[in-house]
Design a protein around this ligand. Sequence first.
Ligand SMILES: NC(=O)c1ccc[n+]([C@@H]2O[C@H](COP(=O)([O-])OP(=O)(O)OC[C@H]3O[C@@H](n4cnc5c(N)ncnc54)[C@H](OP(=O)(O)O)[C@@H]3O)[C@@H](O)[C@H]2O)c1
Length: 326
Amino acid sequence: MTMDPKYQKKVKLNDGHFIPVLGFGTFAPPEVPKSEALEVTKFAIEVGFRHIDCAYLYQNEEQVGQAIRSKIADGTVKREDIFYTSKVWSTFLRPELVRPALEKSLKDLQLEYVDLYIIHHPVALVPGEAIFPTDENGKPIFDSVDLCRTWEALEKCKDAGLTKSIGVSNFNHKQLEKILNKPGLKYKPVCNQVECHPYLNQSKLLEFCKSHDIVLVAYGALGAQRTLQWMNPNFPFLLEDPVLSAIAKKHKQTPALVALRYQIQRGVVVLAKSYNKKRIKENIQVFDFELTPEDMKAIDGLNSNIRYYDFQQAVDHPEYPYSEEY
Ligand SMILES: NC(=O)c1ccc[n+]([C@@H]2O[C@H](COP(=O)([O-])OP(=O)(O)OC[C@H]3O[C@@H](n4cnc5c(N)ncnc54)[C@H](OP(=O)(O)O)[C@@H]3O)[C@@H](O)[C@H]2O)c1
C-alpha cells in the first residue's frame, strides 16, 4: 500500500526523535473483548495511523502488539514507521519497578523497544497484583514515591535502549518543573500527555510546555469515553456542541474532525480513540481541511474547565495533579 505522506506529519521531540501528530487511542472499557483491540489497531494502521497510544493499564498490549507485528509481517509498515507509546502504571512508580514494568510490556507486545514510555499518572499506588489497590472501604491505597527517582529510572530505560523517548502524563506545571529542575537531570520529558479538548483547552499548560520544548499530547480530545462508569453523566457532550457543529457544517466536516484539527493547528499532538471502522477512517481525514483563525478563536471561546477524567478518588494524594490551576 502506498501511503499519502500527509498522513505522516510529524513533530520533532526535544531528544531528536519525531512523533506523528495524530495518534490512535487504544483504550476501551473492560467489557469490550480484547480481540477487538487487535482488529481495530490493524485497521487503523491500514488507513494510515502511524502513532499508537497504549498502556499496561489498558490490558491489551498483547493484542495491540500482535496487530503491529502482523502489519509489519504483511509489508504494510516497517517497525520504524510506527510510533508506539506505553505507560508505566501507578503501582510501578518505585524506581526499582520501572524497568521490570517496561520489560513486561515489551514481552506482551513482542517488540524490542517502545518509542515512548511515559509515567501514566503522578499519583502512586501501592505495588502488588491489583491495578487499583483499594482498602475495605473501596478507597485507593496510595504509595509515596519521589517522582524524580521514578524519572531517573525512566532515563535508565532510555539508556538501555528499551525506549527511544521518555515523558510524563497528567503532570501539572509544578510537577513538570520539579523534573526540569532536578539536579543531574539527564533527559527532559519529551511530552506531557493530558486531557485536552475545547472544553478544557489547557492553554496555560500548553504555553508552559511550549516554553520548555515539551510536546503536549491531547487525550479525551473527542470528549472522552462517556460509557465509563466513573464519568460524570451530567457533563455536556463535546461533539454536540453548537459552535463545533456550525464550524463543521461550514467546512463540510464533522464536529469530531474539527475537534481534532483544532489541536493540530495549535501545535498539540492529538489522540483519537475509536473502535468503529467508519469513524477510524473518518478521523484520518483531519489532514484534509484547515480551520480559519476565526474558527480557532471561536473554539478557544468554548473553554469551560470541564474535566471528564478527574480521578476524584485520588484527590487526597499529595501528588494529585488537578488541584493546581494548570
Ligand atoms: N494518559 C492518560 O491518563 C489517558 C487517559 C485517557 C485516555 N488516554 C488515551 O487517549 C486515547 C483517547 O482518549 P479517550 O479514550 O478518552 O477517547 P476520545 O479520543 O476522546 O474518543 C471518545 C469517543 O469518541 C468516539 N469517536 C471517535 N471518533 C469519532 C468520530 N469521528 N465521530 C464521533 N465519535 C467518535 C469514540 O467512540 P467509538 O469507539 O464508538 O467510535 C470514543 O469512545 C485513549 O484511547 C488512550 O489511548 C490516556
